[in-house]
Design a protein around this ligand. Structure first.
Ligand SMILES: C[S@@+](CC[C@H](N)C(=O)[O-])C[C@H]1O[C@@H](n2cnc3c(N)ncnc32)[C@H](O)[C@@H]1O
Length: 265
């Protein structure tokens, strides 16, 4: 009921975000295809195994539709759980002619190495090894049923084991990281940041977790590991679509600048 109310309260937002003729024009995606996609996203994000919301899926898809068709690169998801965010992304990838790379251990979270605190409450967010497990078979089945599995490539394993073996020449146009732990976010940033096309977005689903958000402002870590200043983070603490009494958005993002931010000499 609460979800339906939220949906009904935000038609203007959905219209502006996705249905607006400008979105997806480059790819020839018309109104009918967008309405169909909205219905599919609604269904996917409301599945019992989805750990992300309708608005978050819509925001990701909208950003993908805004990317110039001529810009080469794939979409990458880090952390898929049961595959329902994957399903929505795969449908948008099919409409835009992009591949979707799905990175996950398929055995849940690794053992947490540090504590994490929620911005709103100040309380520790408790995670444990194996939490959010979705097996490769489950994910493949869900994406087959609810998405477009033909655009997906699944890369099983912990990020710090799989990412170093990727082709150095690969390029990303959108990254959706939803891996919860700061150690996992660091691995994703290390393995992908230089491959993200300038001007493109790195989405992170931990906008409400202090230790993750801090990473995006940690100049020392960025300069030591990636040779540039930290890019900052849109949505720090509350997510990009939050407001008073709204607790449903954990999504924030940063954009790779056209020219890397350098520390003063
Ligand atoms: C919160 S769930 C993802 C939820 C999903 N995006 C959704 O919207 O339903 C977190 C996922 O991250 C994966 N994960 C976290 N850290 C990882 C790591 N270092 N390597 C591989 N997978 C990891 C877990 O296996 C789990 O599937």
């Amino acid at each position: 009921m609460r979800r339906i109310l939220r949906f009904l309260l935000h038609p203007w937002w959905i219209a502006e975000a996705l249905v607006h003729p400008r979105r997806g024009r480059d790819y020839g995606i018309g109104l009918f295809a967008k309405l169909k996609l909205l219905r599919q996203i609604w269904r996917n994000s409301n599945q019992p195994g989805s750990a992300s919301s309708f608005f978050e899926h819509v925001f990701l898809v909208t950003r993908l539709f805004e990317i110039s068709k001529d810009l080469p690169g794939t979409v990458a998801e880090f952390g898929c759980y049961k595959g329902f965010s994957t399903a929505s992304l795969s449908l948008a990838c099919a409409l835009t002619g992009r591949r979707l790379l799905v990175f996950d251990s398929f055995q849940g979270l690794p053992a947490p190495e540090e504590s994490i605190h929620n911005f709103d409450t100040g309380l520790e967010v408790l995670y444990h090894q194996g939490q959010y497990t979705g097996t490769l078979e489950e994910v493949r089945r869900n994406v087959t049923l609810f998405g477009d599995v033909s655009v997906c490539e699944f890369i099983p394993g912990y990020f710090d084991a799989t990412l170093p073996h990727r082709n150095p020449g690969e390029r990303f146009v959108l990254i959706f990281e939803d891996a919860d732990l700061p150690q996992s976010v660091r691995s994703v940033l290390l393995g992908t940041w230089k491959k993200l096309q300038p001007g493109c977005s790195f989405f992170c689903h931990e906008a409400r977790d202090r230790e993750v958000v801090k990473l995006f402002f940690d100049d020392r870590w960025w300069v030591e590991t990636l040779g540039e200043l930290a890019p900052g983070f849109v949505g720090s603490g509350a997510g990009i679509m939050s407001g008073p009494s709204l607790d449903w958005c954990c999504l924030g993002f940063t954009v790779r600048p056209a020219r890397a931010l350098q520390p003063p000499p």
